[in-house]
Design a protein around this ligand. Structure first.
Ligand code: NAD
Length: 255
């Protein structure tokens, strides 16, 4: 058996309509997993499913959801299990940001960012674990953290607080569920070229700073994050839990 393959597994990936989540879905399907793509209902979500299906030949489902609506998450997850089966890999990749100086940050923006980035990650992980524990099955959870799990930039209070929370959530769940065989880790991406960072990519000064500031000298691509996620979901990572792994081209190693 190849210890890096995911054959026979079902992976639920949030934020899978584009960017990092979509890259993770493709890489996990290429490694042999069947996939449930979760994101807000959109043409992008259907396109992502078609892309993964066509390129890999795996079974690919979509599960539209608004992760800002916390109360709906447990029933939504039960519906996914009923329709598509019980996932044993979960990747929490959905995320949003709202930029404002802290002194004028609106409560609604704070709540929206904490809701999608942190509360939804917890509630999906809880529903996922309840199903696995009920069936005495093992599983893997991978949360997508950030450089802002460890450091901050101006005007990112809500995002930084949410991603700091994701780092600690990862450790807390890893400790709670180690004896159930559910391993929980996070990948903390550096600056990745996606729609979320488009305004930063379009800013010449920021772009030049990234190239200079990052030892590997470039923006990351979704694939750079997706392949380490495959590793964390695979048998090769059987003794890895509670870790936040920075995948950032060396960004955090220097200043
Ligand atoms: P993106 O904006 O390209 O994609 C975000 C995804 O999340 C989309 O699929 C979107 O539909 C989904 N989403 C957002 N709000 C949602 C909601 N309310 N309900 C359901 N789905 C929702 O972003 P990305 O750059 O691919 O980021 C993915 C993850 O990686 C996020 O958690 C982000 O914080 C994190 N991250 C990104 C970078 C980067 O440089 N791009 C760096 C560090 C961490």
């Amino acid at each position: 058996m190849d210890p890096f393959r995911l054959d026979g597994h079902l992976a639920l990936i949030t934020g899978a309509s584009r960017g990092i989540g979509r890259g993770v879905a493709l890489a996990m399907a290429e490694a042999g997993a069947d996939i449930v793509l979760a994101a807000r209902a959109s043409a992008d979500l259907d396109e992502a499913a078609e892309e993964v299906r066509t390129k890999t030949g795996r079974t690919v489902h979509t599960a539209p959801v608004d992760l800002g609506d916390s109360a709906s998450i447990p029933a939504w997850f039960d519906g996914v299990v009923e329709r598509n089966g019980r996932p044993n890999i979960l990747v929490n990749a959905a995320g949003i940001t709202r930029r404002a100086p802290a002194e004028v940050l609106a409560l609604q923006d704070w709540n929206d960012v904490i809701g999608v980035n942190l509360t939804a990650s917890f509630l999906i992980a809880q529903a996922f674990a309840r199903h696995l524990i009920g069936a005495a099955e093992q599983g893997r959870i991978i949360n997508i953290a950030s450089l802002m799990t460890a450091a901050a930039r101006k005007t990112t209070t809500a995002y930084t607080a949410s991603k700091g929370g994701v780092g600690q959530l990862t450790k807390a769940l890893a400790v709670d569920w180690a004896d159930k065989g559910i391993l929980v880790n996070a990948i903390a991406p550096g600056f990745i070229a996606t729609a979320m960072t488009q305004p930063l990519q379009d800013n010449d000064e920021f772009h030049a700073w990234i190239l200079k500031r990052t030892p590997l000298g470039r923006w990351g691509k979704p694939e750079d994050i997706a392949l380490p996620c495959v590793f964390l979901a695979s048998p090769a990572a059987q003794f890895v839990t509670g870790q936040v792994i920075y995948v950032d081209g060396g960004f955090m190693a220097t200043f």
